[in-house]
Design a protein around this ligand. Structure first.
Ligand SMILES: Nc1nc2c(ncn2[C@@H]2O[C@H](COP(=O)(O)OP(=O)(O)OP(=O)(O)O)[C@@H](O)[C@H]2O)c(=O)[nH]1
Length: 393
């Protein structure tokens, strides 16, 4: 019995081994002949773009090739919205923030007989909207005189009166254009316009530069961005993403904490050699202390101007920060030679009066305003559309 049992086991073993060997030989023959293996081993999975497989000619490959080719196609560039009339389009956002400057001023001025209390209320409303003490006094004085002399009564006339006084204080005569055209440099050769953007982190600086590059692209300008905020690595990534959406390249360092002036210089040099219209340079602008800020911005400016002079220094301020924003504005104004202000987040505040206060504080115009988080929610500042927005027009 025992012997028979051993014979059966031996026969079964021989059959199993023979079967296994036969399968392997068959599989390798089929592979050499270009046939598909019945059950491919894991190592023969279809090739991926990251790890090209040595079996790229295996029959699975053609099935995935079109997908790989599609992934390599550059994403379509976005087309930014036209710039003209942007503030008119966005002015509803000013009124939506419940601006006391509009509704409340009109409510007080429309009363039948204006008492001293009414004038006090008007003054308080302007102060609460961050117009600032000086300009508030001027507006109240002008309104008092005109109400007394002209004796305006009907709602439309009161509205027109208020509109004209607010417009006067916002000052439509200021030059709010951005210097973003190529021009002859000191040696007579054409150089790009260079816009240096300064401001405290958190004010919306990187977002604003992204939106600004879209404004410039919409106006037909060629642009290079310089990521000289080397303090925060994510800032360069953010900037690059914004730029790539509209085909604008970003010059940056591979290294965290690299010299911001070196990055700024490289960006302006690239703009110059490639003949672009405008180079926009981001800065870290940490307010650690005034001397440190002055050193950093001073060095960036000196190094950049070896290639091309600065045509604009834009200070980005968050409109919701009120008096804090004004303190920042003062420091940057002293150290950076600011030529224009960008007020962000005006959609989220009832303090539109900050436009007046900051212009008075720095003696430079608000040139752009941010009215939302959308990519095209940055508008050239237009005094009339702004005042109409405050009045809820
Ligand atoms: N509602 C509103 N949000 C804004 C506006 N501008 C910027 N923001 C938002 O503010 C936040 C901060 O923006 P960032 O650009 O990252 O600000 P930042 O910190 O100054 O950038 P860094 O200086 O690089 O640190 C983001 O969520 C923006 O979407 C605006 O005009 N309106």
């Amino acid at each position: 019995m025992d012997l028979w049992l051993w014979i059966v086991i031996a026969v079964v073993l021989v059959a199993v081994v023979a079967g296994l060997v036969g399968n392997r030989v068959g599989a390798s023959r089929r592979r050499r002949a270009g046939g598909a293996p019945a059950a491919p081993p894991v190592a023969e999975a279809p090739p991926s773009p990251e790890s090209p497989s040595p079996t790229a000619t295996a029959p699975q490959a053609p099935a995935v090739e079109p997908e790989v080719a599609e992934a390599e196609v550059a994403p379509e560039l976005e087309r930014p919205e036209p710039v003209a009339g942007r503030l008119v389009r966005l002015r509803g956002r000013l009124a939506r923030s419940g601006s006391p400057l509009g509704a409340r001023l009109l409510a007080v001025l429309s009363r039948d007989h204006l008492t001293e209390d009414d004038w006090d209320e008007l003054e308080e409303t302007l102060l609460l909207a961050d117009v600032g003490a000086g300009p508030t006094g001027e507006i109240v004085e002008a309104l008092r005189t005109r109400v007394r002399v002209e004796g305006v009564k009907d709602a439309a006339a009161v509205r027109e009166l208020l509109r004209s006084e607010l417009l006067a204080i916002v000052d439509p005569t200021l030059d709010r254009s951005l210097a973003t055209e190529r021009h002859p440099g000191p040696d007579g050769s054409e150089v790009p316009a260079v816009v240096l953007v300064v401001g405290v982190n958190g004010t919306g600086k990187t977002t604003t530069i992204g939106k600004l590059s879209r404004v410039l692209v919409a106006e037909g300008r060629s642009v290079v961005l310089g990521a000289a905020d080397t303090f925060r690595a994510a800032a360069a990534d953010q900037l690059e993403t914004w730029g790539s959406r509209v085909g604008v390249p970003t010059v940056r360092s591979d290294r965290d904490g690299a010299d911001p002036a070196a990055v700024a210089f490289d960006a302006v040099r690239r703009g110059r050699t490639e003949g672009v219209d405008v180079v926009v340079v981001d800065t870290a602008g940490r307010l650690q202390n005034k001397a440190g800020l002055m050193d950093e911005l001073g060095k960036i400016t000196r190094v950049i101007t070896k290639e091309a002079p600065l045509t604009e220094v834009l200070l980005v301020l968050d409109a919701t920060t009120g008096q804090n924003g004004l303190t920042q504005a003062r420091v940057f104004g002293e150290v950076a030679g600011v030529t224009g202000i960008v007020l962000t987040k005006l959609d989220g505040t009832a303090r539109g009066g900050i436009v007046v206060a900051v212009q008075r504080e720095l003696g430079v115009p608000v040139k752009l305003v941010g009215l939302g988080e959308g990519p095209d929610d940055l508008a050239p500042f237009d005094p009339e559309a702004f005042v109409d927005g405050l009045l809820g027009d």
